[in-house]
Each structure stands twice: as C-alpha cells, then as structure tokens.
Write a protein that binds this ligand. Structure first.
Ligand code: SAM
Length: 332
C-alpha cells in the first residue's frame, strides 16, 4: 500500500462517505473505501484501477462531476499542476472538504499553502513521511480554463518555425529540454513510413518529425493525459496531423513502425523509474518493421547500449553533448 493511502486509512472515518480520489496510486485504497471514486490522468494507473474496481474510475484532464461533498488530491510533482487540480476540485466543492495528501519531500507543506485561497487549511495527520491537510471550501473558485494555462515557446527548426504548446505538469513545461534539443539536430536519415514519438510530452519531437517527413504517418504516445492534450494543441497550432495515443508503455504503440524516436522517461515523481524506458528497448523490435530504426537521446550515464544491442541490433552513438548521447540502432 502506498504510504499516502496508509495515511488516509489512519483517518478512515473521514473518508467513509461519497468521495473523489484524484491522482491516486493504483493500490488497494478503493477496496477499503467502497463509496469512493477515482480520477486519474496517468493511463497506467487508470488501467490498473479499472481492471480491479470497474466502473468507479474517471480518466482525463478534467474531473468527473464530483457529486460528493469531499475530494482528496494526491500531491503531484508539478506546482502548476497542483494549482490547476486544486482549483478544478474546489470549483465543485462549495461548502465541502478538500483534502491534500503527499510526501514531505515532495513539498506537501508548501503545496498546502496553495489551498489557502479556498479557506483555512488544517494539518490533520503526519505519518509515514507524509502529511494530510484539509480545507473547507468557503471561497469557491471558478472552474479553471486549462487551455488558458498553456505556455507557448517557438523554435526555428531547419524545416520552419514550430510553436510548442505545453500544459501544466507536462515534461519541460514552457521550454525545450536540452536532450530533446540535441535530438532535434539528428532527425536526418530516419526510415520514413510510420514513425512513432514515444513519450511525446508536449509533442515537440513528433511535430518536428511530421515537418521533416510530411508523407510519413506519425504516431505520438504518452501515458499522461496532460501530455496528450498538449501534443494535440501543438499539432493543431502548427496545422500538423498525427495520431496521438494515450497509453502506458510501448505495448500501447502500433506495430509495423519504420522508426521510433524518443526522449524516453527516467524520472517519475520523487522516485526514479526506468521501467518504461527499459521496456521500450526490450520491445522495440516487436513494433518495428524489418530494417526499422530506433533513435533516442538519453543521459550519458544511462547504460542503454547493451540492452539495445541485446534486443534490437548494433547501437551507434551519433553525438554526445551536455551530458546526453544520441543512440541509433536498426533491427537486425
Ligand atoms: C523525457 S520526457 C520527453 C517528452 C517529449 N518527448 C520532449 O522531448 O519534450 C518523457 C515522456 O515520457 C512519458 N512517459 C512516462 N512514462 C511513460 C509510459 N509508461 N508510457 C508512455 N509514456 C511515458 C512522460 O509522461 C513524458 O512526457
């Protein structure tokens, strides 16, 4: 059980009635709180919850109508996203209770201050390196307009200008990541056909691919509903067409790909996870056509080449700069 869920269950009497759990981990919590429903924006967590607690889960960037006098937000990593989520929940909770739970090292105390806009926040519990806060929503905010919170930045690419639209919580919100910048300099010589941007974030790589290979079909995949929404906004803003998929890991990607391009994930929350990236390297061959190609950027310290060579084929380093490497491999 996630420690944040354990902290909620220490106060189980508070959560016995109708309740919305937002951004919850995919653990047993819903089993202990039979009147609770969930709202997730992580496709993996949502899928796991739905497989165990069918019909009680909502997925997307906006909350399902709360229809409950209380909601709990599990503190996300990004401060901007926290602000959006708190407002989206408080907007539906006039006179109700909004709870916030999170790890101390994830910044729960600072985040609790963001609840002061709705009433007087109170700390209810502190255990398992986590805290639980509550506010009675007396000052009801208007429902936030997510698109109004988007940040825009423009790039001068070899194929013309591109404006990237990013939403709160999306990787490298409002600016181009250094690794992605390096990968954008290495879009030549890829196999056209059906190309995938794995872990598309705000859609910068997939959009740049469509610009460089306009006759190719482009798919973009991310586990995070806010990333997927950002990628759609970026494509629309630049009049580009691509298929955007919300799914967990390479298993959710189409087969028969000519190229997989990626700045793969390696940080998640305050913990470090390589699983989605390692799975990408292990499974890429299954998703690539004969002679299909994988090109990615990664921190130089990550030991990806042996995995790539074991599961795909000879791995070449095309470039190295600012602590990042560009890897390129073709299916054997
Ligand atoms: C390093 S970021 C790159 C984002 C974007 N391509 C860019 O260059 O700015 C990695 C992305 O992978 C996504 N991601 C993390 N775990 C994933 C998973 N299991 N399946 C698909 N995408 C995932 C994250 O949400 C994040 O947007």
């Amino acid at each position: 059980m996630d420690p944040r869920s354990e902290v909620l269950l220490r106060q189980a009497q508070l959560f016995a009635g109708p309740l919305l759990l937002a951004g919850l981990p995919s653990d047993d919590l819903l089993g202990h709180l039979p009147n609770a429903r969930s709202w997730s924006w992580h496709a993996g967590d949502h899928g796991l919850l739905e497989s165990r607690f069918a019909g009680r889960n909502h997925f997307g960037v906006t909350p399902a109508p709360v229809a409950a006098p209380a909601a709990v937000l599990f503190l996300p990593k990004s401060r901007d996203l926290t602000e959006y989520l708190l407002s989206a929940l408080a907007a539906q909770l006039a006179g109700g209770d909004l709870f916030l739970v999170g790890e101390k090292r994830a910044g729960i105390e600072r985040a609790a201050k963001q609840m002061a806009a709705f009433g007087k926040p109170r700390k209810l519990d502190s255990a398992r390196h986590c805290q639980l806060w509550q506010v009675r929503v007396d000052n009801v905010p208007p429902a936030p307009d997510l698109e109004a919170l988007a940040q825009y930045y423009s790039l001068q690419l070899a194929d013309g200008p591109l404006t990237v639209v990013s939403l709160p919580g999306v990787f490298s919100h409002g600016r181009l990541d250094v690794g992605s910048q390096l990968l954008l300099q290495h879009l030549d010589g890829l196999q056209p056909g059906h190309m995938l941007d794995f872990g598309c974030g705000a859609g910068v790589l997939g959009s740049a691919l469509k610009r460089r290979y306009p006759d190719s079909r482009i798919s973009m995949l991310d586990v995070d509903a806010f990333a997927v929404a950002s990628s759609r906004l970026t494509l629309a803003h630049n009049n580009l067409e691509a298929e955007v998929i919300c799914g967990d890991g390479i298993d959710a990607a189409p087969l028969g790909l000519s190229t997989i391009l990626s700045n793969p994930p390696f940080h998640q929350g305050v913990h470090t996870h390589y699983q989605a990236s390692e799975n990408l390297l292990r499974q890429a061959a299954r998703h690539l056509d004969a002679n299909g190609q994988l090109r990615l950027v990664a921190n130089s310290f990550l030991k990806y080449p042996p995995l790539i060579e074991q599961h795909l084929g000879a791995c070449t380093i095309l470039d190295e700069a600012k602590g990042f490497r560009i890897y390129d491999a073709r299916k054997k």
